[in-house]
Design a protein around this ligand. Structure first.
Ligand SMILES: Cc1cc2nc3c(=O)[nH]c(=O)nc-3n(C[C@H](O)[C@H](O)[C@H](O)COP(=O)(O)OP(=O)(O)OC[C@H]3O[C@@H](n4cnc5c(N)ncnc54)[C@H](O)[C@@H]3O)c2cc1C
Length: 422
């Protein structure tokens, strides 16, 4: 356990992944003196610690690092900046008094229940995986059905193999990366089955993890049954029609002893819900955030996968530095003007983050499209257009909005559309 937490804080950060570390560093940069990171795991680093593959840091450091190497760089900076760190510490709640001061309630195995006072809080709890229960796959309930992220933890951190003959449902990045990882460990990967007509992972992962190892990717196909008494013996898969319903006459059996499920991530919302923070249930699944990454509750900020599921950690870091900067300012009594422009996703966009903007400051807006599209453009109201060669649901789109651009806008709702180029 890393352990130092005492007295009153300016900023307390919940979660020690790349979002939490970035936010803590941003807060220190803003001049906040007492900053603390809390994490329920025994080490700081979040999901990065189990991602021993390379592919991190390409945008931020212009270097290719593994997850633990990427985490290590920020942890070293946090220690250097005198940021307090407390691990093995589960945050069960935050209360806010009438003057806006916050108390963070923490459960720590060795120190019991602690209550830590702070001026502002950054929520950086990441996200969790959807399970078999989320999509109700019929069949028996044998062992050998597990999420791809848990399999990654078993293999990379605990030294266990989940099985020998593996099928994977869902082509999200975790499933793709685990296909390659398990082949390198001597397993056979019989196929990846994806209900959508396109992969849900980054193109580089499809190429490097499936194509390079000859693993078949079955698009528009899903698992319709799991069979086995004690252990998985086979699964049944079927193609789906345009209505996403399985075509059972064309179903076939696949022999395997393990089914990994990689069907998406959901922001960790328990704490935000308890606090009564407004959530964007329809689009991102995480808290609503302003352009300062502040939630609907004053002095309570959020960043990283708890806000929206990011494709790469580098963008998490950028967003988190900003959230930390504003949380640090808040703690020092600096108040930014309240945003007066709501940003809404229009044609072929699933979401835009942040959810609101204000003139006079540069903004970076992150978006995801619903359907792949080639030769298209982003249209930001009638203020600006940006040409894009190709967009894909697995890859986030980012757009910089210059400070002066919003000065020309007089409405209160700015719509962003992704449309074909004429
Ligand atoms: C398998 C996989 C492969 C990936 N590959 C790449 C890649 O190649 N390149 C790349 O750039 N990105 C990759 N990513 C994405 C990147 O790892 C994530 O975007 C990033 O880790 C998200 O950061 P985060 O800090 O928001 O969340 P996390 O890293 O999940 O950290 C959240 C932390 O919050 C803690 N926490 C949650 N709730 C509480 C609570 N109540 N109390 C205390 N602590 C709490 C958790 O223990 C955790 O440590 C990959 C992700 C996965 C899962």
């Amino acid at each position: 356990m890393l352990g130092r937490a005492e007295g009153r804080y300016d900023v307390v950060v919940v979660g020690g992944g790349p979002a939490g570390m970035g936010a803590a560093l941003g807060a220190r940069d803003s001049g906040a003196e007492r900053v603390l990171i809390l994490d329920r795991e025994p080490e700081i680093g979040g999901i990065l610690l189990q991602c021993i593959h390379s592919g991190f840091g390409l945008h931020y450091f212009r270097e290719e690092l593994t997850g633990p190497e990427y985490a290590e760089r920020f942890l070293a900076k946090a220690i250097d900046q005198d940021i307090d760190l407390l691990t093995d510490s589960y945050v069960s709640g935050v209360t806010v008094d009438s003057s806006g001061r916050k108390a963070v309630r923490v459960m720590n195995e060795q120190r019991g229940i602690l209550t830590l006072e702070t001026r502002s809080v950054v929520l950086a709890m990441g996200c969790r995986e959807r399970t078999r229960g989320a999509i109700r796959i019929p069949g028996t309930r044998p062992s050998g059905v597990l999420t791809a992220g848990f399999a990654q933890k078993l293999v990379n951190m605990m030294g266990y193999l989940p099985g020998k003959r593996i099928a994977i449902l869902g082509s999200g990045d975790i499933g793709l990366i685990m296909a390659r990882r398990l082949i390198l460990e001597g397993c056979e990967v019989v196929g990846v089955f994806e209900i959508m007509p396109h992969s849900n992972g980054l193109t580089r992962n499809v190429v490097q993890c499936l194509d390079d190892f000859g693993v078949p990717l079955h698009l528009s196909t899903t698992v319709v049954n799991i069979d086995g008494r004690d252990r998985v013996e086979r699964i049944t898969v079927a193609p789906v029609g345009e209505d996403m319903a399985p075509i059972m006459e064309r179903a076939w059996d696949v022999d395997c002893d393990t089914l990994l499920i990689s069907i998406g991530l959901i922001p960790e919302n328990e704490l935000s819900r308890k606090l009564g923070i407004q959530l964007d249930e329809v689009n991102t699944g995480g808290p609503w955030v302003s352009s300062t990454m502040e939630t609907s509750m004053p002095g309570m900020f959020a960043c990283g996968n708890v806000v929206h599921v990011h494709d790469v950690a580098d963008f998490v870091t950028r967003e988190a530095l900003l959230a930390g900067q504003f949380a640090g300012e808040w703690a020092q009594g600096i108040r930014r003007p309240i945003d007066n422009i709501n940003l809404v996703p229009g044609d072929n966009l699933r979401y835009c983050v942040p959810h609101s903007l204000s003139p006079g400051r540069e903004h970076t807006v992150y978006m995801r499209c619903r359907e792949p599209m080639a030769k298209c453009k982003l249209r930001v109201g009638d203020l600006r257009e940006k040409k894009l060669r190709y967009v894909f649901p697995a890859e986030m789109i980012s757009l910089k909005i210059r400070p002066d651009l919003l000065d020309r806008f007089h409405g209160d709702t700015l719509r962003v559309d992704l449309v074909p180029r004429g």
